[in-house]
Design a protein around this ligand. Structure first.
Ligand code: HEC
Length: 175
């Protein structure tokens, strides 16, 4: 009887250890995006995206029926609390578990995003050559993941920002 209860205790401990480990990673990207309001936002006003980014977004995402036709596009950027200092300073590399979300807006006044693009810092070795970032695209309305992983088209462009750990910081007023 005693050993049985010890077994139960051990199982409970294991369960707790697994669910408590790396909370950011155990949360799905859809959940994070659904509660975006709870993540610090680093853009005071919507940032006007560079035309080339907006155009490229269109080519990449032309299958998305929620995509707005309006150009130029705007965006807001949110980051997890653990990485706010790194993003604002542009110094050092981002801690594992960092999630950066770019919410693409159809125009300056939109309150709803048409699309979310996400970068999540994974464990060392996930993709060492490209800073161990996982990229993802989520639908604006349903918050469902459309694609995620080591997405070549994302990495190709973000490669030029290697000196700031592949993060552009283009929307910050003081860079
Ligand atoms: C043509 C170049 C280009 C491509 C391709 C591209 N990005 Fe970006 N990305 C940018 C630029 C420029 C910004 C800064 C905001 C802006 O002006 O759009 C940015 C910002 C971001 C940010 C905010 C963090 C940061 O780096 O400042 C995320 C997250 C992001 N992109 C994810 C993605 C994902 C996911 C993909 C692939 C589906 C992707 N990007 C493809 C150029 C690109």
């Amino acid at each position: 009887m005693k050993s049985r209860s010890m077994c139960v205790c051990f199982a409970a401990f294991c369960f707790a250890a697994v669910t408590w480990a790396a909370p950011e990673e155990s949360q799905s990207l859809s959940q994070i995006v659904a509660k975006l309001g709870s993540l610090p936002r680093v853009t005071e006003t919507p940032h006007r995206m560079a035309d080339s980014t907006a155009a490229l977004c269109k080519i990449v995402y032309n299958t998305n029926i929620h995509e707005g036709a309006g150009d130029p596009a705007y965006c807001h950027v949110h980051v997890t609390e653990n990485a706010k200092t790194t993003l604002l300073s542009g110094e050092g590399s981002y801690p594992v578990g960092t999630v950066i979300v770019k919410a693409k807006l159809e125009n300056e006044k939109s309150r709803e995003a048409t699309l979310y693009t996400v970068m999540r810092k994974r464990e060392a070795g996930y993709d060492a050559e490209h800073g161990d970032w996982e990229y993802a695209v989520l639908d604006g309305r349903t918050k469902r993941i459309q694609s995620r992983g080591r997405i070549d088209s994302c990495m190709d462009c973000h490669q030029q920002y290697e000196s700031t750990d592949f993060v552009t910081r283009a929307y910050l007023k003081s860079r």
